[in-house]
Design a binder for this molecule. Structure first.
Ligand code: ATP
Length: 364
């Protein structure tokens, strides 16, 4: 995964900026800070001059209600059933904002519990594909359709928010993403200013939190949220004993006696990257989204911890798509999407899908 610059500087186009706004990700507190404002001005100025990338933005992302999935293989319409279609990618041609083609004519369907690993050489476009899937990039052509609960409402909200950024309120942004049932975990998890309790509750129950945008280490993070609007209610908010259990579940129980749940620290400095990655999995296990997009999210973990966490999310019924280089990752996935670098002399698609061969002892 390529990570360069600050979070703000990593926004590549007006659509990224709008997507972030649409998700209510940037809080008004940040927009009031002079340095943040000037960074935003810079971004907008640069974005306005990016007529090339904007003119290339032709990838459609749609959210449909899961009951409309044509690929349902049973007559029962209960969500989360195995074989329920969660995602369809149709004839996707993925380009960078500077118009280089990364992936040619990709079509694939992801069904519940059909976990996909994306591999390929460095620079082939794995992270870019996830960027497109979460709406950060739209450069290229084709369609991405998510089948989620309340999909049609989510679709309407997204298109209107993207088209009318002035009208975007944080609440609307949050409710859109809550409906999406999709959660994106980057390699470097997003640490908010606050307590460990608040780290865990972010982003779903973290309405009072301030993202730490001032650190060079915080970037490229788009927390799409989970199950339903109800998730945000105080009633659903996890209680202290549940939070403690989740820390134990991701093998982070040992940090609680050290810090407690309610003291504030600069967590991106205090916790190792592996600990931050486990904390991000704790958020995932609290939210239990339908689909998780994992971009080298276990890269700083040793193999036993990686196996353990994948087993946990599989047991929680979360379907996932991972990007990663480690060969052991194939043990936790059903299929591999292999992307190769594009060759202008070859008209064949630069990708293929193959089943994984798993070591039975490591299967999740
Ligand atoms: N904003 C941008 N404008 C132009 N090109 C870009 C931009 N961002 C990334 N790229 C290029 O797109 C290509 C794919 O990048 P990407 O990060 O998707 O690769 P990757 O397969 O995830 O690589 P790695 O395995 O090293 O993480 C790279 O050549 C990169 O330089």
């Amino acid at each position: 995964m390529e990570i360069k610059g600050t979070f703000l500087m990593s926004l590549q186009s007006t659509s990224e900026y709008r997507s972030i706004l649409a998700l209510g990700f940037l809080k008004s507190e940040h927009l009031r800070s002079p340095s943040a404002l000037s960074e935003f001005d810079d971004i907008l100025d640069r974005s306005n001059s990016k007529s090339l990338s904007d003119s290339l933005e032709d990838i459609d992302i749609m959210y449909r209600d899961y009951t409309s999935s044509s690929a349902l293989e049973s007559n029962e319409l209960t969500p989360q059933k195995k074989h329920e279609t969660l995602l369809e990618i149709d004839n996707l041609i993925l380009k960078t904002p500077s118009d280089s083609t990364l992936i040619t004519d990709l079509s694939l369907t992801i069904k519940a519990k059909d976990n996909l690993l994306i591999t390929g050489p460095s620079g082939s476009g794995k992270t870019s594909l996830l960027r497109v899937m979460v709406g950060l990039w739209r450069t290229g052509t084709g369609k991405i359709i998510y089948y989620v609960k309340g999909g049609e409402d989510a679709e309407k909200s997204i298109s209107s928010d993207v088209n009318t950024p002035r009208d975007i309120s944080e609440d609307r942004g949050k409710s859109i993403s809550r409906k999406s049932g999709i959660f994106f975990l980057p390699q470097k998890p997003y640490m908010v200013l606050g307590t460990l309790r608040q780290q865990l509750l972010y982003p779903t129950w973290g309405d009072d939190l301030v993202p730490t945008l001032d650190s060079d280490k915080q970037k490229n993070v788009l927390p799409f949220l989970s199950n339903s609007d109800d998730m945000n209610s105080e009633l659903m908010k996890p209680k202290t004993d549940e939070l403690i259990k989740i820390f134990e579940d991701v093998r982070l129980g040992y940090i609680l006696p050290r810090f407690g749940l309610d003291s504030t620290h600069e967590w991106s400095s205090v916790l190792s990257l592996g600990e931050q990655q486990r904390l991000a999995f704790a958020r995932l296990l609290l939210l239990k989204p339908q689909l998780a997009l994992l971009d080298e999210s276990t890269s700083a973990l040793d193999e036993p911890n990686e196996v353990y966490l994948y087993k946990k999310i599989a047991a929680a019924g979360i379907t996932y798509i991972s990007v990663g280089h480690r060969s052991t990752l194939s043990n936790f996935h059903d299929r591999i999407l292999c992307i190769s670098t594009t060759d202008s002399n070859n008209e064949q698609p630069n990708w293929h899908i193959e089943p994984t061969r798993r070591e039975s002892s490591l299967k999740v």
